[in-house]
Design a protein around this ligand. Structure first.
Ligand code: SF4
Length: 481
């Protein structure tokens, strides 16, 4: 691992926004937060993947992956980060290095690729991603990017997060470091107002940012930049002029918020857009911070008026569903989305959460879940597919909300399932998103096809042996669960 990458990783682990990290001794902190992954066993995504996920939603830049083509194939557009304009972020650019490059070095090929992108597409910037192979052969992407920036008069940003550096979460932070080092603070906005904020760690999945923006527009609050959902290079370059930062989603890019506080004195808070009460709290926090930083205090009154109107409207629309959903049991297996936000959202819809996974949750997240659910907090650290299946087959849960990978467990158990993770096709943010989520759960639960798929097939009815086998299998699964 190069000295600069080692230093960068050490810097990321010095995170002042992480209580757990600050509670460690100097020696423990140096070891980092996660175990180094074994090559080939980067389960759940490598550091490069994490950096790409964090930055690819910047929609108007070209994202060039320096490495074998499979790295790009692995990470390309695997989430539905939507764009309101440019589509260049969805073009898969890679240097696709070969055996000769491994022997002679891939720097020339990288430089040529940057030239080709600039000539053919002319984006406002090119982001260059390091990968395992090119890092191991010693390609210096920082030097190539510096040379290309001078030559083409366009920012070419190195993102030094090769897969072997660690897991996906570390990659999110290393990607954020590149934005801090090379983008933020390099341009000035045309105008500034006391109502300018940055939203950090929001990826505009299925257009979720667009469920939030109208609310902020109604308050006269301007999103100076969103890092990185539907983001624009020039906007992010001016982010240092915002009056407040909002940190969304599991601290994936918390280092941007803490470093901007240190460097530019911009305060930040951590909030969520999921669930009616969390959305209202977030709007109040934005107003509070902006007023503290010089906005007119009447902003708070306008915020309260907007919250009252929006909450009333959302409840009105949810009421029709609450009756049908009341008491229905949900098994919640989420990955990236903050479990506590979703738990409170589901409770607002009248659903009963019978279990929630906390495998990827931080200690604060777990405390929040306990606060929301009290003694009923059925937190599951790790649940095997077999246990999930048994729980659904025995009807301990009426529906499972999870990521796409576990959908077939629910379908095999002939139980409804809904995608709650980052690959989902519906936007669940804000008041509008909450109504959508409830509507989607209702559709999944009451889909008439369940009656049909649960009816035994004609040959099962005719063959008592098959019925017995099915019952025996169910009993053994229940015992194993
Ligand atoms: S960067 Fe490394 S770990 Fe990640 S996809 Fe490429 S080869 Fe695999």
């Amino acid at each position: 691992m190069s000295a600069s990458l080692k230093a960068k990783i050490a810097q990321v682990f010095e995170e002042p926004g992480c209580d757990k990290n600050q509670g460690k001794s100097e020696k423990e902190r140096k070891k980092g937060c996660t175990k180094q992954l074994t090559p080939g066993a980067a389960a759940g995504g490598c550091a490069f993947d994490g950096a790409k996920i964090a930055l690819q939603p910047i929609v108007d830049v070209a994202h060039l992956v320096h490495g074998p083509i499979a790295c790009e194939g692995n990470s390309w557009d695997n989430r539905h980060s939507a764009s309101s304009g440019s589509q260049i972020y969805r073009t898969g650019f890679t240097t696709d290095i070969n055996e000769l490059d491994v022997i002679y070095g891939g720097e020339k090929r990288l430089f040529k690729s940057i030239r080709e992108i600039v000539e053919k597409y002319d984006p406002p910037a090119v982001f260059v991603y390091q990968t395992c192979v090119t890092a191991l052969i010693g390609d210096d992407i920082e030097a190539v990017c510096k040379r290309a920036t001078e030559k083409f008069g366009k920012p070419v940003i190195p993102v030094n997060a090769p897969g072997f550096a660690g897991p996906k979460n570390l990659g999110n932070k290393l990607g954020a470091e590149s934005v801090l080092d090379y983008v933020i603070g390099t341009e000035e906005p045309a105008t500034t107002t006391p109502y300018d904020i940055n939203i950090i760690g929001e990826y505009n999945l299925s257009g979720e940012l667009w469920q939030i923006k109208p609310l902020l527009d109604a308050l006269g609050v301007r999103i100076l930049s969103c890092i990185s959902g539907d983001g624009r290079y020039h906007e992010i370059a001016t982010a240092h002029r915002a009056k407040a930062n909002m940190m969304v989603c599991s601290k994936s890019m918390i280092n941007i918020a803490t470093r901007m506080q240190e460097r530019y004195g911009i305060p930040y808070f951590e909030g969520s857009f999921y669930g009616i009460s969390d959305m209202s709290t977030t709007l109040r926090e934005i107003a509070r911070l902006l007023v503290e930083r010089g906005a007119d205090p009447e902003l708070k009154d306008r915020t309260e008026a907007l919250i009252a109107a929006e909450e009333a409207r959302a409840w009105e629309r949810i009421r029709a569903y609450r009756e049908r959903l009341a008491g229905k049991k949900v098994l919640l297996i989420t990955g990236g989305v903050k479990s506590w936000s979703v738990v409170s959202a589901l409770q607002e819809a009248g659903l009963q959460v019978v279990g929630t996974s906390v495998k990827k949750s931080t200690k604060e997240d777990k405390d929040k879940i306990k606060e929301i659910m009290g003694d009923d907090a059925h937190m599951i650290d790790d649940m095997t597919p077999r246990q999930m299946y048994a729980m659904l087959r025995e009807a301990k849960a009426d529906i499972m909300l999870s990521g796409g990978r576990s959908q077939f467990i629910a379908l095999k158990a002939r139980m409804p399932w809904m995608d709650i993770n980052q690959e989902r096709h519906h936007a669940f943010a804000g008041y509008e998103g909450m109504v959508t989520m409830v509507a989607e759960i209702e559709k999944a639960l009451f889909n008439p096809m369940w009656a049909q798929v649960r009816t035994p097939a004609p040959w099962e009815l005719e063959d008592p042996l098959l019925r017995e086998q099915d019952a025996a299998q169910l009993a053994s699964e229940a015992a194993a669960g």
